[in-house]
Design a protein around this ligand. Structure first.
Ligand code: ASP
Length: 332
């Protein structure tokens, strides 16, 4: 009898302990925030679309795809998707990547005529054994997947390109928000949306999509579709993305570097600062003339950013802040 009572008592205690540990785990999950962050002011509208997915219990992957599609569709945004500024020869060519925290990723580069390269990148990830499709092959794949072909060059973007041709003697330029005539979104400037999200299960994902540098050479590919350069995500550590002169980001494997610095214990902001410093150290002269910005989110949902020049901002959306836009600290 005594044994039976002891057994019943310890079973009841065990059940209570289990319930308690389950409660502690659930509370920890709840405390770690659902959050989405993205580059530039147009990230605010994109974050809202991503937040609708996250707050309904959706995955970080679905959230970043839904978010990135907003600026891709926006005709007033000349640096992403439809209405993006064309290359030197007048062709709109788009770069995008998407990555899940478990290491799955997909990307497209120099893709023409398809308004939502981020969704094509996701199909590359999910429907092919490959990571990156480019140019004519990427277009063929998109059409086979049912995406429709359209003219992405709008009359406004074409006009801006014609104006540029008058003054630029057909020379591609590198962007910089430091020059007063090259405000973000201005004709000589270029910005990318990089978006990072953490969902209710603590999973991370990121997306990055752009029309690349305005007036670039035909065939030029930037950092955005290069996994490890414009985007990198690892559920064990965190996620990072970049904007600015893609050539510098590729040279330094920028987003991978930021994630690896976080793995070594740095905060997201500190990791972004170190990656920016690395670019400046390697090329001090050109670093003063160009813009590069990194944005990071760690697995606990903490966000941070850093840029070479003033002017880089990032949008944050979580349960407390819906439309926040924060200025990133800068080296110069
Ligand atoms: N990083 C993009 C590229 O180099 C452009 C930008 O973000 O301004 O294609």
């Amino acid at each position: 009898m005594a044994n039976r009572r002891t057994f019943l008592e310890s079973a009841a205690l065990g059940a209570a302990a289990l319930t308690l540990s389950q409660r502690v785990a659930a509370a920890a999950r709840d405390r770690a925030p659902l959050r989405v962050v993205s580059t530039w002011d147009f990230g605010i509208a994109a974050n809202r679309a991503a937040w609708a997915v996250l707050s309904a219990g959706g995955s970080a992957l679905d959230a970043v795809e839904a978010g990135a599609r907003i600026p891709e569709a926006d005709l007033n945004n000349h640096s992403v998707g439809r209405a993006g500024y064309p290359d030197r020869d007048g062709h709109v060519s788009l770069d995008a990547s998407i990555m899940n925290g478990d290491g799955r990723c997909g990307a497209v580069a120099a893709l023409e005529h398809i308004a939502h390269p981020v969704s094509v990148a996701r199909r590359v990830m999910e429907k092919t054994p490959h990571v990156l499709l480019v140019g004519a092959g990427a277009l063929q794949f998109a059409l086979e997947q049912g995406f429709s072909s359209e003219e992405l060059l709008t009359p406004e973007s074409e006009q801006a390109w014609k104006e540029w041709r008058k003054s630029a003697q057909y020379q591609p330029v590198i962007n910089a928000e430091t020059r007063s005539y090259e405000k973000p979104g201005g004709p000589a400037n270029h910005d990318t949306i990089g978006m990072l999200a953490r969902d209710r299960q603590g999973r991370l994902a990121g997306a990055c999509t752009t029309s690349g540098l305005a007036w670039k050479l035909r065939g030029r590919v930037g950092d955005s579709p290069i996994v490890g350069a414009g985007l990198y995500v690892d559920d064990e550590v965190g996620a990072a993305t970049s904007t600015g002169v893609g050539e510098e980001v590729i040279r330094n494997a920028g987003s991978f570097l930021v994630v690896e610095l976080m793995r070594q214990g740095r905060s997201p902001q500190d990791a972004c600062r170190e990656a920016v410093r690395r670019i400046a150290r390697r090329n001090p002269k050109s670093a003063k003339e160009i813009q590069v910005g990194f944005l990071a989110l760690n697995r606990d949902g903490e966000a941070g950013a850093w840029a070479l020049q003033k002017g880089f901002s990032y949008a944050v959306c979580d349960a407390h802040k819906q439309d926040a836009l924060l200025p990133a600290p800068s080296l110069y």
